[in-house]
Structures are given as structure tokens and as C-alpha cells.
Write a protein that binds this ligand. Structure first.
Ligand SMILES: [Zn+2]
Length: 208
């Protein structure tokens, strides 16, 4: 990491929450406001997200903003030039840990970085690079959805496979399965854990 004394640093804002909590909506709102303020803005998203048009970040409310779908975090540094002042990144949980050093570099370059993503996976465990980005953030905006079971505020993403709560041992990304997702509160979030007992060490192992 280089030491820069004469240039001002940027900042990191993290918008997180469960599915259906309005993360993309909030990300789009922030970058559109930056555009209104005549800032140079660029948006990226992980190419795994195939929701509606692939070259947009789209919210469930139908709002959208043009975005470059990418797989490797290093692409961001190759695309972002000196004129860009604000960088938005959606579906950040899917990126490799390299996204953390890329975001740090952008901040060192003086840019405002706004990342959005799921803070926990369907098991309720911290998701990919998100916990580290949350720790590094200048500002964290944790959004809640509404529990589709009881109507309380929801912070978990429920995965349902063939009508039943998913197994703890399912892969994080299922391809070709009959699955659906709901927002659930802690009380209503269900996972088929078998006989696994979660302690601090197992949380750390699941992250590795
Ligand atoms: Zn509930």
C-alpha cells in the first residue's frame, strides 16, 4: 500500500442486508444523487447476477442504472480512470477476496466507493468479502426486509429447495436446482443443520 500525503483519500460506504431489503435500490439512489451533483460515476456488478438486463443494476422496484458486469475484481482497476470520482459495486458478496484490495486502492486514489451486497448467506453466516468490507467502511447502511412468514423486520435470506429449508451443506451458489428465496426474521429463518453445532471456530472455518 502506497503512502500518499498530498492527495485526499476517498471513502467506503457499504449497503448491506438480506435479499429483498432494497440494497440495489439504495445503491442506485446514491449513484444517481452523485450524478446530480455532477460527479463522474461508474457502476460494476458481478456477472453472476442475471437479473433482468445484464448490463444494468436493477432493483426489485424496477429502478435501474447502467453497470459493467465483471467477474474479476482487477477489471475494476483497469477500467476506472483518473476522472472517475464515484465507484458503485453491486452483488459484492460474489467477488473473490481480491475485491478488498481493489476497494482499498480506489479509496487511496481519493474515490468514493459504494458497495452493496448480502452481508449473510442462506445459512446466516457472513458472506465472502462482505464482513471485511463492513469492518473497513466509513459508513454502513444495514437494510431490513419484511419477514414473509410473520411480517416482522427481516435480516436473513431463506433458501427453499423443493419446498423445504435448504441444507446447511448446500453450496453457496446452486445451479439448476428448484430453489427460491424469501426474506425471514431470525425467529422464522430455518436451516437443515443436521447435527452440526455452530461455535466461533466453525464460523471462522466456514469463511475459509
Ligand atoms: Zn418472521
Amino acid at each position: 500500500m502506497s503512502i500518499r500525503t498530498s492527495e485526499s483519500k476517498g471513502r467506503l460506504e457499504v449497503v448491506c442486508g438480506s435479499m429483498f431489503s432494497g440494497k440495489s435500490e439504495e445503491l442506485i439512489r446514491r449513484v444517481k444523487r452523485a450524478q446530480l451533483a455532477k460527479r463522474e460515476v461508474i457502476m460494476f456488478k458481478h456477472s453472476l447476477d442475471d437479473r433482468i438486463a445484464s448490463s444494468y443494476v436493477a432493483s426489485h422496484d424496477g429502478n435501474k442504472f447502467e453497470a459493467i458486469p465483471i467477474e474479476h475484481p482487477s477489471t475494476i482497476l483497469a477500467v476506472v480512470d483518473a476522472d472517475i470520482q464515484v465507484v458503485g459495486i453491486d452483488e459484492t458478496q460474489f467477488f473473490s477476496p481480491e475485491i478488498i484490495s481493489v476497494v482499498s486502492e480506489l479509496i487511496d486514489q481519493g474515490k468514493r466507493v459504494i458497495v452493496a451486497g448480502l452481508d449473510t448467506d442462506f445459512r446466516g453466516l457472513p458472506f465472502g468479502p462482505m464482513p471485511t468490507l463492513l469492518a473497513l467502511a466509513d459508513e454502513v447502511h444495514k437494510l431490513k426486509a419484511i419477514c414473509m412468514e410473520c411480517g416482522n423486520e427481516a435480516q436473513f435470506t431463506q433458501r427453499i429447495v423443493n419446498g423445504k429449508p435448504a441444507s446447511f451443506y448446500d453450496p453457496l451458489i446452486l445451479v439448476g436446482a428448484q430453489e427460491s428465496y424469501q426474506a425471514r426474521c431470525r425467529q422464522c429463518h430455518a436451516i437443515d443443520k443436521g447435527d452440526i453445532v455452530l461455535d466461533g471456530a466453525s464460523y471462522t472455518q466456514m469463511q475459509a
